[in-house]
Ligand binder design. Structure first.
Ligand code: LLP
Length: 418
């Protein structure tokens, strides 16, 4: 697994930069990413698909910092977006709109219009109502919208229920059994060009079988459509490949593609992927500093300066993320709950971990590059952490720490009486 962090003589490094030096220079909490790891994770997909027409659309939601997007755009990545905000980020980062796919259940007319005007690769349409709005909007703009229908293959991704998306009970996509009739309607619409089919069954999948089951169902649909005279140009199998947080053994991008490619043997459709987590999760960490240690006889708490507003995955999904001191020490280890300053019992980064730490030590929360900063908030009026990108022995500030002025900008007092 491509882990960006290494340990030399008790010090943790990202590429050639000691994490302690980064914390000294930029303060804590802070997010740190490795450019080399992001690139390697992307290239693993690209190399595995060298012999197949493909488009790898990085899922921007996983980590949308424009320097991350720039790194991927320079390698030729396309992008999977779910909002106009993400689309503007892609443009700002130098991404190519003709390699953008637009997912999401609730696109508005103005979202559709902006994306149409930029000439994106395709809209992943999630309902008949959206299809109608898209046709209307395209007609108003005098443009043709390239469309892929996101179908729901009713496959159990066997992941956390909050990040499982391919079951009938989930809000995403169009029931695969109803898809042929929606495709037939789409094919008759004046400003719609049907180009593909799309699915995304969930995130953090550590087993290949559900991906294969979903693709088999998609291929049956593609063949059925072809009999109806609707020929598709691409098949988009979404994102979802898991990463190692603890002791999971997820397939590599290469393993995954080795299972997918035989199913596409002899087919001319381009393969589209939307990986997010597997590109960035293990390329990033969150650094935090121990403020206080306290114990109540039953439990020990390490109170750190990062909180659920900085990294919500443990609180929201009971996600297990590894946490280790940035510099090892020889103080006796004890079992701690690592908790933040936010006034909620759910505010923890890790529970019951054996750590040899003292107040003032820095801790590294691993695999924090995906769904970390992007899900952060200002809860408790906390300013959001900076983001840094390490490239060899250089560290670049790619988002500065928020200030109190940032926090209050946009707010206004009521007019005073009289
Ligand atoms: N495509 C679509 C349509 C998606 O909804 C997602 C993720 C992806 C691609 C990328 O999936 P990935 O390769 O990253 O698994 N916040 C949660 C994960 C939510 C995933 C949402 N959709 C977490 O922290 O675990």
């Amino acid at each position: 697994m491509n882990h960006a962090v290494s340990s030399h003589q008790g010090n943790l490094y990202i590429e050639q930069m000691p994490l302690d030096a980064i914390a000294n220079q930029f303060g804590t909490p802070c997010y740190v990413y490795s450019k080399a790891a992001i690139s390697a994770n992307f290239l693993a997909y690209q190399n595995a698909l060298a012999d197949k027409a493909h488009l790898i659309c990085y899922a921007v939601k996983a980590n949308s910092n424009i320097a991350v997007l720039q790194t991927l755009a320079e390698l030729g990545a396309g992008f999977d977006i779910v909002s106009v905000g993400e689309l503007e980020r892609v443009l700002r980062a130098g991404g190519d709109p003709s390699k953008v796919v637009f997912s999401g259940v609730a696109k508005t007319a103005s979202d559709l219009q902006r994306a149409l005007e930029l000439g994106i690769h395709c809209f992943n349409v999630e309902s008949e109502a959206e299809l109608e709005l898209l046709n209307q909007t395209a007609a108003n703009c005098g443009l043709i919208a390239a469309v892929s229908l996101r179908v729901n293959p009713d496959v159990d991704a066997q992941t956390h229920p909050y990040i499982s998306t391919g079951l009938k009970e989930n809000k995403f996509g169009i029931d695969i059994n109803l898809a042929p009739q929606v495709y037939q309607r789409a094919a008759q619409m004046s400003h719609i060009n049907v180009v593909g089919v799309d699915c995304h069954i969930g995130s953090q999948l550590v087993d290949i079988a559900p991906f294969v089951a979903a693709l088999e169902r998609l291929l049956l649909l593609v063949d059925q459509l072809s009999e109806l005279g609707i020929a598709l140009e691409h098949i988009d199998i979404g994102g979802g490949l898991g990463v190692r947080y603890n002791n999971e053994q997820p397939p590599t991008a290469e393993n995954y593609m080795a299972a997918v490619l035989p199913l596409l043997q002899g087919r001319s459709e381009t393969l589209v992927l939307e990986p997010g987590r597997s590109i960035v999760a293990n390329a990033g960490v969150l650094l935090t500093e121990v403020q206080y240690l306290k114990g109540n006889g039953e439990k020990n708490f390490a109170i750190v300066d990062a909180a659920m507003n900085d990294m919500i995955r443990p609180a929201l999904y009971q996600a297990w993320m590894d946490i280790q001191p940035v510099v090892s020490s020889d103080v006796p280890a004890a079992v701690y709950d690592v908790v933040g300053p936010v006034c909620e019992t759910g505010d923890f980064l890790a529970k019951e971990r054996s750590l040899a730490i003292s107040a003032g030590d820095r801790l590294c929360l691993f695999s924090a590059g995906a769904y970390g900063f992007v899900m952060s908030s200002n809860y408790n009026s906390r300013t959001r952490a900076p983001e840094l990108m390490v490239d060899g022995d250089q560290v670049h500030l790619i988002r500065r720490r928020e200030t109190i002025d940032d926090l209050l900008s946009g707010e206004q007092l009521l007019p005073t009486a009289g």
